[in-house]
Write a protein that binds this ligand. Structure first.
Ligand code: GLN
Length: 194
């Protein structure tokens, strides 16, 4: 669990409920010891800056490229994006997901909303029955999905909000705040399989 900033506690609690042993990652040594990484929602510019201060900005992209299972939500998706629109000054990403992501893609009125998403990849995971309840909070959007990545979920109007590339999964929304556990279960399956 990347614990530089953001809603670390909500994810940690959910992962523990699902039987995972959770370690908070703030240093390269802590990163080297984990078998999977959740990057929480929060403020991607701050997480990016702190990753540089803690020396994580080099080993973290290397670990992702090396096959470390990763689940990024909201700011976490932004940090996984290969290409970023609306980046803060000097903002960089870790990469790992062949997508173009636009930060703060929803207008002011709809900065935050909840909706249900049909997610075929969740069929048979845990209790299994879609749709997934998703909270969007100053959320990004996936503007384009490159050939290395695949779509996991879209809004009813077709805009992409979740994508996957191998064991790297990025969600524009927060499943951890709506009691939606299946994305984390999918992530833990990847961790076990590896
Ligand atoms: N808008 C935030 C950012 O750019 C993300 C919001 C969130 O993680 N809930 O980092």
């Amino acid at each position: 669990m990347l614990a530089l900033q953001g809603d670390v506690r909500e994810h940690a609690r959910l992962l523990e409920q699902l039987g995972a042993q959770v370690t908070l990652v703030r240093t390269p040594a802590e990163l080297a010891a984990v078998e999977g990484l959740v990057i929480p929602g929060g403020e991607s510019t701050v997480i990016d800056r702190l990753a540089r201060l803690t020396g994580l900005q080099v080993p973290l992209p290397e670990a992702i490229a090396g096959g470390l299972p990763v689940l990024g939500t909201c700011a976490g998706l932004i940090l996984l994006a290969a290409r970023l629109e609306g980046a803060g000054p000097g903002q960089e990403t870790f990469g790992g997901l062949d997508v173009t992501v636009r930060r703060n893609a929803f207008g002011r009125q709809t900065q935050s909303f909840e909706t249900e998403l049909v997610v075929p990849a969740l069929d048979g995971v845990g209790a299994g029955a879609p749709p997934a309840r998703a909270a969007f909070i100053r959320a990004p959007l996936i503007e384009e999905i490159g050939p290395e990545a695949e779509l996991l979920a879209a809004l009813p109007d077709g805009r992409a909000v979740a994508a996957r590339q191998g064991r790297v999964m990025g969600l524009a929304f927060h499943p951890e705040s709506t009691g939606e556990t299946r994305f984390h279960e999918l992530f833990l399956q990847d961790v076990r399989e590896r």
